[in-house]
Structures are given as C-alpha cells and as structure tokens.
Design a protein around this ligand. Sequence first.
Ligand code: GLU
Length: 478
Amino acid sequence: MSGPPASPVRTRIAPSPTGFLHLGTARTALYSWAFARHHGGQFILRIEDTDVARSTAEATGQIIEAMRWLGLDWDEGPFFQMQRLARYHEVVEQMIAAGTAYRCWCTPEELDAMREAQRARGEKTRYDGRWRPAPGKGRPEPPAGVQPVVRFANPPSGVVRWDDLVKGPIAIDNEEIDDLIILRPASEGAAADGAFGVPTYNFAVVVDDLDMRITHVYRGDEHINNTPWQINIFRALGAPPPQYGHCPIILGDDGLKLSKRRGAVSVTAYRDLGYLPEAMLNYLARLGWSHGDEELFSREQMVHWFDGSHLARSPAQWDPAKLAWVNAQWLRRADDARRAALVGDQLAGRGVVAGDGTVLARACALFKDRCTTVVELADWAAMLRADVQPRPEDLATHLTEAARAGLRDLRERLAAVEWTAPAIAAAMQQTLAAHRLRMPQLAPALRVLVCGRTQTPSIDAVLALFDRDTVLGRLAAA
Ligand code: GLU
C-alpha cells in the first residue's frame, strides 16, 4: 500500500446468518478489523439477512458470539438488512427515475424460453433486455397479474476495472454482464400488507456500503464476479466505490475447499475444542498474510503491522498441526488465573467441581507444557477432582508385590507429613530406603493409582496439588 488512505478508513464484515461464522469469514473479518484499527478507523458489523428462507436468529446469535469471542469488536451495528427495506426501495425508485434501473415483467416461463432459444442458437444465456428502456424503443403493455422485478441497467459496453487490494488489477467486460435483478417483488401475501420486496445481494450491499461510507472491502474471492456489478451500481448512483480486496479461499488439508464435511469450520467449534481466541486470530491471520518471518504475534502486534500489504494471492492450506502448535504456544503464555478459569469452565461442563482456583492455577502451570488445548489441560486437571480409572494393563504391569508394600508404607508416611512437594519427596525417599526399592519400582505404581496414568510431571509436585485425603484414599487400593 502506498501511504495511509486519505479519508477515515471504514471497513465492515457482512455475514449472512444462514449458518455459523465460517473460518473464511472470520479471517476476512479479522483483516477488515485490523485494517480499520491500524488506521484509527471504524469497523462495522452488518447482518445480510435478505435470504429470508435460510436466515435464522440463532445463526445471528452464533455469529455475534463468535465475533465477541475472537475479540473483533465493532464500532457500529449490527445492522440488519431486513430493517432497511424502505431505504432500498427509495434508492430503487431514484434509479428507475434516473433510467439506471427498470421494471421487468418477464415470467419465469418466458425467461426459460429465452434461455432455451439462446442455447439453440449456440449463444451465451443472458437476459436479452426486452424490458430495458431505450430511446425510441417501444415496450409491450405490462401483463396483468405479473409482479415485476427491478433490473439494473448495466452499461452495455466498456470495461470495469479495479485495482484489487489483494489480487492487483482486474478488468471485466461489461458485455459479460447481465442486467441484474436488484429487487424481487414481495410475496403476494406480504404485498397485500403493503410490505416491501426484497433486494438482491449485489444491490443491498452497494446501498449499505454507500450509506455506511465503507472505504475498504475485504471479502472472499468468490465475490470477484459480483464486484463489476457493484462498481457499476455505485457509478450509477454517482458515488465512488470502495476499494475491494478479494482473499483467496482456504483449502482443507486435503487440498479441497475447506468445508463442513471435512472437519470443523465454525469458529465456535474450535473454542469448544479448547483453542484460545488469540491463537485462532494468530493462526487465521497467518493464513493469507505475513509479516516477515513472524509466526506468533498478539492482536496488538497484528493491528500495528496490518496495513493491507503482504496479503497472499494464492490459497492457503488449513494445517491442523500448525494451529495446534500456535495454540500450545498461547496456552503457555496465558496467565495462571486465566488458564485456571478456562479449565474450570471445561471441568464444569463435565460436571466436575473445579474447587480452589489457586490449586487449579498451580495445576495448569505444572501441566501446561504437555498440552495443546484447554481440553487437554482439563483432562489433566480432572484427576484432582474426579475419580480416575487406571487401565487394568497398567495396574498389572506396575502394581507389583514390592510396589504395593512400598505404597502401603508411603501411605502411612504421607498421612503425617506436611503437605508440600519437598515433604512428600522426603517421605518417598524414606519409603525407598526402608523397602530397598528404587524410584522406577515405586513411582509408576504411585502414578497409576493416584493419577490414572503412567507419566506425569514430577510426582511429588503433582501429589502436592491433590487433597491429602484423595491421595490416601486412592493409595488404599495398594
Ligand atoms: N453476505 C455476503 C457473504 O457472506 C457478504 C459479502 C461481502 O462482503 O460483500 O458472503
């Protein structure tokens, strides 16, 4: 990018509430948000709910929840397109009066016949402009009983060009572009109530981007073919279009488009799997953008660095192993209280009472280096509060006669010592000496009975996290 933008930067994310917040949308939301924050501008949330049949309040709620979880705070909105119908109608009327839009009474049957005839002649199928007004052109009487749509009178020739913020210069011939339907009639029942018809995406998006004074649009590159229409509609309205940047799709680890069928693609699904929002942002940011060789950066660093340059032109591949690595790094950097709170929530979800927050915080600090996600950390912390189920094969291998005798001895000593890691370690040394055992003969059995696993961080430190009675209770099985 060459220098800072002249006018105050205003960006937006405009998800359709037909499902959860997709990872691809979260990434463009992040770019739009970071770009606005970098330039001290505004970021706007708009809910594009004109697909009435597929939009749900539940999806809107999930989108907002995911945005909040990621910490992508918006300055204005959420705006809902279905609450702006009067405004779209106003603009449609202006355009009809100005001759840049017109009513079209073609029935679906007529449109089918039109396409059929074009195919038969070997032509590209397109609307043939039969209702488009032109100087000296007569038009048929509007048929009775047919509700017209409104079409945009796209310029018939010339080239639409823009300098894409991601992909560079793009040019599309107007000849490739139809007279797009911009407004569909209200359904008959609704029309009887005087309700408005519903605008199509390419029209509503322009009216909104215009009214909301959007300066930069980042979105997925599936919208590249829509952009010429949008630019032409802006021009028809006498307004400069925003700058557009189209980000390449995200590929799944199988090289195909990331989709529901291939693993989780919603943001909140990753929260539920134990990922941290700062790790998701970090990973999503790197998936299509870079700042030198930096792999780990905070939200603040990203805002500092994200000026719209260094966005990748080719698709990025989703890499679960890298995401796990990034998450593990952020899990290690999180402070104790936050880790404890996250793990406490996980445990609560499993019906396990987390208990003392400071113990949980110490436990998380001890186990964190072995974990990738909050869920794994909770798996470790759970042994402090919920029964463990040692595997029969571990019991058979490690709970030897010698180990049992040692553990019975240790249990008596532990009943009396001060409950600290050094005192517990000293008691273990006494048991080893008294029973002529070596640590590898005692510690695995101790771990299996108390922790339900054969490997743990230093066992004295682990035991000190437990309530003494829990340890004595589990050792009673020796
Ligand atoms: N509702 C559109 C989508 O979710 C918005 C695209 C745009 O940003 O213009 O794909």
